[in-house]
Design a protein around this ligand. Structure first.
Ligand code: ZN
Length: 363
């Protein structure tokens, strides 16, 4: 009962923010271009209806060597901090109640095509924010929803010209979380600031030295789709960095993954929780995709080594049977469907906190 009341209260607060708070509406229209015409063709609609969700698509880039080094360093120091210099794994078992709250100013930017203006409802926004808040409670990371703005722009909605979109919409500093919910999210064009490229799904690709991982929700390689991606923390950013150095920072999320969205099994808001985990520096539980002993994996010791992304929501899975532990299929940083998602581990929570204090706080 207490739990229900509390949730109702949170929803009420969120609703106030969404409906009467600092909501600014911005409307931008561009002429439809050829890509939009193709997307809106009958053939495209048929293709979309035939999607058979199997895996989601996460386009977050591979971590830089600097970020990997930071993971290694933080994995050692976060224990020492917790226990006054003594290395003690139990120290990381602190509960959320005993952790100082990290407050992250957060902006939601809803970007729609002109024919999908009503796709994202205020209830979806409120529900998504509530789920994000709940998912990070154990890490004592709290999100302050500063505002929600809406844009209508067919180009931006498919993440065309993402640099212009982010330069126009992004708010706050490097420690401010900006999430773009786009109705037709695609991988940015090659000239885009994120430098992520479209690649046929179902394979792992390298381009210009970057890996692109994909969570495939499409049964057809010719109907690319992407659930989301975020920028990982950039260790080069400091308190004197210019916005020009990080305007691209933030999360791009396919709007239909929000609670109540249209993608079955991927419409509980788990994609946003997963991607924001990347924004806080976390890597996939299957990072490195190997069972070889001594591999760094995700640099988190309480997620068992895992060699393959999880598809859907199996009862259980063990991709490295000779190593301890089953795959953490309910972990937010696996590729499981939203039905499976439940939690971050204690060490993931600690890592996000130490990433916050070293990478984003005060910047
Ligand atoms: Zn991911």
């Amino acid at each position: 009962m207490h739990r229900i009341l509390r949730h109702t209260l949170i929803l009420a607060i969120v609703s106030t923010t969404v409906f009467t708070g600092s909501v600014s509406a911005s409307t931008r229209q561009t002429p439809n271009n050829q890509v939009d015409t193709i997307q809106n063709s009958d053939a495209g609609d048929i293709q979309r209806r035939q999607w058979l969700p199997q895996r989601g698509v996460c386009g977050t880039e591979e971590p830089s060597s600097q970020l990997k080094a930071a993971h290694k360093r933080l994995s050692l120091t976060e224990y020492r901090h917790a226990e006054g210099g003594r290395v003690d794994s139990n120290a990381s078992r602190a509960t959320a109640d005993s952790l100082p709250r990290i407050n992250v100013d957060t902006w939601f930017h809803v970007v729609s095509t002109s024919d999908q203006v009503n796709l994202v409802t205020n209830l979806m926004i409120a529900s998504q924010f509530m789920y994000l808040q709940q998912a990070y409670q154990n890490a004592s990371i709290h999100y302050n929803l500063m505002g929600v703005d809406r844009s209508i722009n067919d180009t931006w909605a498919r993440n065309g010209d993402s640099a212009a979109m982010k330069r126009t919409l992004r708010k706050g500093s490097y420690g401010t979380l900006n999430i773009y919910f786009q109705t037709n999210l695609e991988v940015s064009d090659p000239e885009g600031a994120s430098s992520r490229l479209y690649a046929p799904f179902g394979h792992h690709h390298q381009h210009h030295g970057q890996n692109f991982d994909e969570r495939d929700v499409s049964s057809s390689p010719s109907s690319p789709n992407l659930l989301g991606f975020c920028t990982l923390p950039n260790p080069d950013i400091n308190s004197t960095s210019s916005i020009d150095d990080y305007f691209n920072d933030g999360c791009n999320i396919l709007a239909s993954t929000m609670p109540g969205g249209s993608i079955e099994h991927y419409n509980r808001g788990g994609t946003t929780v997963h991607e924001v985990g990347h924004w806080h520096g976390l890597l996939h539980t299957f990072q490195g995709q190997t069972c070889s002993a001594g591999a760094d994996g995700d640099y988190i010791s309480d997620t068992p080594q895992q060699s393959t992304p999880t598809e859907g929501c199996p009862a259980s899975k063990d991709s490295c049977p000779d190593l301890p532990g089953m795959d953490a299929i309910s972990n937010f940083m696996d590729y499981s469907s939203d039905d499976c998602y439940q939690s971050f581990t204690t060490e993931q929570a600690m890592r996000m906190r130490s990433m916050w204090s070293t990478m984003r706080e005060g910047k």
